[in-house]
Design a protein around this ligand. Structure first.
Ligand SMILES: NC(=O)c1ccc[n+]([C@@H]2O[C@H](COP(=O)([O-])OP(=O)(O)OC[C@H]3O[C@@H](n4cnc5c(N)ncnc54)[C@H](OP(=O)(O)O)[C@@H]3O)[C@@H](O)[C@H]2O)c1
Length: 179
């Protein structure tokens, strides 16, 4: 099972429409874990299965101007490792794919094309998908696609949260991209 559906939502939290906020949470968390429970039960009963959950390296940093989205990805990154552990004595594996900024419709749909991260060069989605698929087939716990993202994740793990939030502002604040 590939639990990949998800979307972002740019702009400051207080300036967002709450229906849009709820939709991010409903899609990225509620809908995703609802499906995971149904399919996961079938896999456990059958005695085998592979699950790939698309989390994000965004789950490691407070996402100023993408706050709710990053929170949903922190949830999914954490949930993935917990579910993996719960299923460790079964033949059902759970893998968390943690991409960095990837060249998809994501930033346009999140209304972030005027931001630095929205305009910067991004990873090839085919490479990211392959890294995730291969990790799932190996039964790995997680995969961060790309060496730059691995470096960013390692730095994030030793950087204070307030500093990470400030760094995130620089790339995600509306108007932070080139005019
Ligand atoms: N792009 C990045 O930089 C990046 C980085 C880290 C993680 N991710 C994660 O990667 C996953 C895929 O995103 P993407 O980058 O490929 O963005 P995308 O091009 O916008 O694709 C999003 C996908 O999710 C589906 N989706 C969105 N909302 C849905 C809903 N409410 N119900 C059912 N399907 C829904 C979309 O289906 P439709 O096309 O039918 O709407 C589409 O297939 C997401 O979980 C995202 O958070 C992306």
């Amino acid at each position: 099972m590939l639990a990949n559906a998800g979307h972002g939502l740019g702009h400051g939290f207080l300036d967002q429409n709450f229906d849009d906020v709820r939709h991010v949470i409903d899609t990225n968390i509620t809908g995703t874990i609802c499906l995971l429970q149904k399919v996961g039960r079938d896999m456990r009963a059958r005695g085998r299965g592979r699950i790939l959950i698309t989390g994000s390296i965004a789950g490691f940093m407070p996402g100023s101007f993408l706050a709710v989205y990053n929170g949903t990805k922190a949830f999914m990154d954490s949930f993935s490792f917990a579910l993996r552990n719960e299923l460790k004595d079964t033949n059902v594996s759970v893998t968390c794919l943690m991409p960095g900024a990837t060249d998809t419709e994501f930033f346009e749909r999140a209304d972030m094309m005027d931001t630095k991260v929205g305009q910067d060069k991004k990873d090839d989605p085919a490479d990211v998908a392959k890294a995730g698929f291969d990790a799932m087939m190996r039964g790995d716990g997680d995969v961060v696609a790309g060496w730059k993202n691995n470096l960013q994740t390692a730095i994030a793990s030793v950087t204070p949260a307030g500093m990470l939030a400030e760094q995130h502002r620089k790339m995600a604040e509306p108007g932070s991209g080139k005019k």
